[in-house]
Design a protein around this ligand. Structure first.
Ligand code: GTP
Ligand code: MG
Ligand code: ZN
Length: 317
């Protein structure tokens, strides 16, 4: 007779709404959620609190039903989470994209799609809010010439000064890939970034047996085609694990009080408390030390632009 597992611990490696692939040793079971668990993740009025109560990376307690299926009984507390704000039918709710990761690798591309600092800064803030380290990966370096390359490296030095590790990669250049491999080794990482920046391609380049699907970027639109459609966790041959994620269209901030947004911008710290008004939002107020620091170049203009966009809720960018 087959052994049926009861209340064992497993790990969610794939999530599709309502169904979760839970790994336990060598077996993977397709699981649903126990009704009591679903109710636990609703407010008293029955409103949903999460886009989905379970995320990839979650450690769960499950019971097996048959050789292929099971049911998730409980979710163990999360160490970290990578969440965004999700526009649900009943208002904004939290979407946990990956739970328990050590670090995020925020991928942007030089061109195709064009470099977007707003998106990058949103990812960095979400990493901080979720208690994870963040590494920046500027991909598609093969698409720029030497002077453009130098200019980009100069711009990204600013992020290095803020304490972020910056990698310059191309799927066609082995050097940067070696550094990326080194960064991912023995850690649980989550790869994030807009559609088409090359997240899945980078993982394939590091480990061809992953065989992830990749898609062309539209020449006219300069946008990716949302080729990866679900979050999936993979073990790496070199040790560690990585979650590939779909390109997110709107990186809505979650778990961040915009009134305190300046604390997510480490470069602003030296100036806080020195503006004329103690409740200065550093957007249009007179005698603002932060705005002065932007003027004098001590705070990078692109970073400040991100701050203003997020602080004022201007979603134009
Ligand atoms: N020239 C160049 N092209 C690249 C590089 N990396 C990826 N690409 C191309 O970019 C396109 C998009 O790559 P994907 O790996 O599908 O991008 P993704 O970030 O996974 O996109 P989604 O799954 O849609 O979020 C593909 O045509 C890749 O071949 C690179 O370093 N250089
Ligand atoms: Mg992909
Ligand atoms: Zn100010």
């Amino acid at each position: 007779m087959e052994l049926i597992l009861t209340r064992e611990q497993g790990r969610v490696i794939r999530a599709r709404t309502g169904f979760y692939d839970v790994q336990h040793g060598d077996i993977v079971l397709r699981c649903t959620l126990r009704g009591t668990l679903k109710r636990k993740h609703r407010s008293e009025t029955g409103r949903r609190l999460y886009a989905d109560p379970v995320a990839v990376g979650d450690r769960v307690i499950f019971t097996q039903l048959d050789p292929e299926e099971g049911v998730v009984e409980d979710i163990l507390p999360r160490q970290t989470k990578f969440s965004r704000q999700y526009a649900g039918k009943q208002g904004d709710i939290e979407q946990v994209i990956v739970a328990n990761a050590h670090q995020i690798v925020a991928v942007v591309s030089t061109l195709m799609p064009p470099l977007n600092f707003r998106t990058l800064d949103r990812f960095l803030i979400l990493a901080e809010a979720g208690d994870m380290e963040a590494v920046i990966c500027l991909n598609k370096m093969d698409l720029v010439d030497a002077p453009q390359r130098d200019e980009l490296i100069k711009t990204f030095t600013n992020y290095e000064k803020l304490g972020y590790r910056v990698l310059y990669t191309s799927i066609h250049i082995p050097e940067g890939l070696d550094t990326l491999r080194h960064i991912l080794r023995d850690k649980f990482s989550v790869i994030v970034g807009a559609s088409g920046v090359g997240k899945s391609s980078l993982l394939n380049a590091l480990q061809p047996n992953l065989g992830l699907r990749t898609g062309e970027v539209g020449i006219r639109t300069q946008k990716g085609r949302h080729t990866t459609t679900l979050v999936e966790l993979f073990p790496l041959d070199i040790g560690g694990e990585v979650a590939d994620t779909p390109g997110i269209r709107e990186v809505g901030l979650w778990g961040i009080d915009t009134e305190n947004l300046e604390y997510y911008f480490p470069e602003m710290e030296p100036y806080l408390g020195t503006c004329k008004y103690s409740d200065c939002a550093h957007v249009a107020e007179p005698d603002c030390a932060v705005q002065d620091a932007v003027e004098s170049g001590e705070i990078h203009a692109e970073r400040y632009r991100s701050y203003v966009v997020l602080r004022t809720g201007d979603m134009a960018e």
